[in-house]
Design a protein around this ligand. Structure first.
Ligand code: PLP
Ligand SMILES: N[C@@H](CCOP(=O)(O)O)C(=O)O
Length: 475
């Protein structure tokens, strides 16, 4: 499998190159030249595999330059019960992403049992091991520049801390993460981890990361790499749990299943789209947003209009406070027939803040052929969802998963299983959980007192040149 750019300006590249390269040289995102397709017989065979074996069978199709035996060993080392347990039911830990039945045809898939209590660990742990392997084989080093609204940053830092040849510079929105998220990142004292609080929202952080990546000379000189979902390695690892969730709930292989996905940067649900392209019988992909509802607007109207500061909100599902959904680019590339020139012109309009509107045909195909649906939650909805799930099912869900619960209820069909993807644990968002339920959520014993640890971070204005100077001085 080779990789091209969504904007049409990259000669086909191998997996390891795009893994280390991050953003494509033309500013687009790397994407597989074609999607392999699993037929029903192949799906039957996959349906009984362990998480690690399933991950290998899927990911191996996308890796053209790592020997299969090495890839298999890397994956086996990543997806273990020890890495994905985190104090929750150890008997279920071997399933890696256990699925709980809430009621008939309504399920919750746990994705937050990794070291940092959010779904980002599902891909990031593998990315850490892949980076280490590829860098050692190429004899190279990498300086990761990333952006986080709270969860990617800690997942990346826990996956990369202490790894030889890897530095991490992670930008986060100053004062906008939960105290737990902040402490998780800023308490790390490893010499290869650099936290930078930027005065602005996540969108500004991500724009700065992309600007650094778009400066070819700076990128080459400082060996800049990416861990956000602009990195294809992240997305392909996330595809696996859709297969696992599907096999857990489908009565027979081939039956339709719906997934509901709390969304912000569109990486998670983009992985669902790719799973569907690979032949997994997903009927609907329901995109759940918070008050930053740019994606809900897109799926309801066909108009994609990232917001300015006057319409970007700090919400109680803060990791989804995103109005420029980076990965939407990969889906729209597929939707418009993989025309790189057209995609590049649409994203020029996004970059000028004009946005774009889909043609009538593409708007219809997005629902009919690609199965997308969407729904938005407010703070009041979120609290009501957390309370309802606690009362009806005796389960605590975090504020982001709560946005998913509301959207799943809005789009449920009694005859089709709906899987809600859990994206974080309640412990990361104590204030909202206390507001909803009146009590503190549980947290794993080793994280008690996290917020009391000494914290280390730098601050920067939302200024690309300041970031370049920072990177040049530190790595
Ligand atoms: C807890 C949580 N839920 C949902 C999301 C949204 O996921 P995505 O950006 O992949 O759409 C994020 C971050 O992105 C997150 O951290
Ligand atoms: N919510 C994310 C934002 C970045 O998303 P990514 O999947 O593109 O890394 C976060 O928690 O940082």
């Amino acid at each position: 499998m080779k990789y091209i750019s969504t904007r049409g300006g990259m000669a086909p590249q191998s997996f390891s190159d795009i893994l280390l390269g991050g953003l494509a040289p033309d500013g687009g995102l790397a994407i597989a030249e074609a999607y392999p397709r699993f037929g029903l017989d192949a799906l039957e065979r996959l349906s009984t595999l362990s998480y690690a074996d399933l991950a290998f069978q899927i990911i191996d199709h996308f890796v053209d330059d790592i020997p299969a035996a090495d890839l298999k060993a890397l994956i086996a080392r990543t997806y273990t019960a020890e890495v994905y347990c985190n104090g929750r039911d150890p008997a279920r830990a071997a399933e890696i992403t256990p699925v709980t039945r809430l009621e008939d045809n309504l399920y919750l898939q746990e994705l937050s049992n990794g070291p940092t209590l959010a779904f980002k660990d599902m891909a990031m742990q593998l990315l850490g091991n892949l980076f280490e392997y590829v860098l050692a084989h190429k004899g190279e080093t990498i300086n990761i520049v990333g952006a986080t609204s709270g969860d990617t940053g800690s997942a990346a830092e826990y996956a990369m801390r202490g790894k030889a040849g890897v530095n991490v510079v992670m930008l986060s929105p100053y004062g906008k993460m939960s105290p737990f998220q902040r402490a998780q990142m800023f308490s790390l004292q490893d010499a290869n981890i650099h936290n930078v609080a930027v005065k602005g929202f996540f969108d500004a952080c991500q724009d700065m990361v992309k600007a650094v990546n778009n400066d070819a000379a700076f990128k080459a000189e400082h060996k800049i790499g990416a861990v956000n979902s602009i990195n294809w390695g992240r997305v392909i690892a996330q595809v696996v749990y859709y297969f696992k969730g599907y096999f857990a709930v489908a009565k027979k292989v081939g039956d339709p299943v719906d997934f509901c996905v709390p969304s912000g940067n569109f990486g998670n649900v983009c992985a669902g789209h790719i799973a569907r392209q690979l032949g997994l019988p997903i009927r609907h992909l329901v995109v759940a947003t918070n008050e930053n509802d740019v994606l809900d607007e897109f799926f309801k109207t066909g108009r994609y209009q990232p917001r300015g500061l006057d319409r970007t909100y700090e919400t109680s599902s803060p990791s989804m406070d995103i109005t420029k959904a980076s990965n939407l680019e990969r889906f729209v590339f597929d939707l418009i027939g993989r025309d790189g020139d057209e995609l590049a012109s649409l994203w020029q309009q996004v970059e000028k803040a004009d946005g774009f509107a889909l043609s009538e045909g593409d708007f219809k195909r997005m629902h009919d052929a690609y199965g997308f649906r969407s729904e938005k939650s407010t703070h009041a909805d979120r609290l009501a969802s957390i309370r309802e799930v606690a009362q009806k099912y005796g389960i605590q869900i975090d504020p982001h998963t709560a946005d998913g619960y509301k959207a799943a209820k809005a789009h449920r069909d009694a005859n089709v299983p709906m899987v809600i993807l859990e994206t974080a644990l309640p412990a990361k968002f104590e204030a909202t959980m206390v507001e909803a339920l009146g009590s503190q959520p549980q947290r794993p014993a080793h994280l008690v007192g996290l917020e009391d640890l000494p914290q280390r971070f730098d601050t920067l204005e939302a200024d690309v040149d300041a970031l370049k100077r920072y990177v040049a001085e530190r790595v």
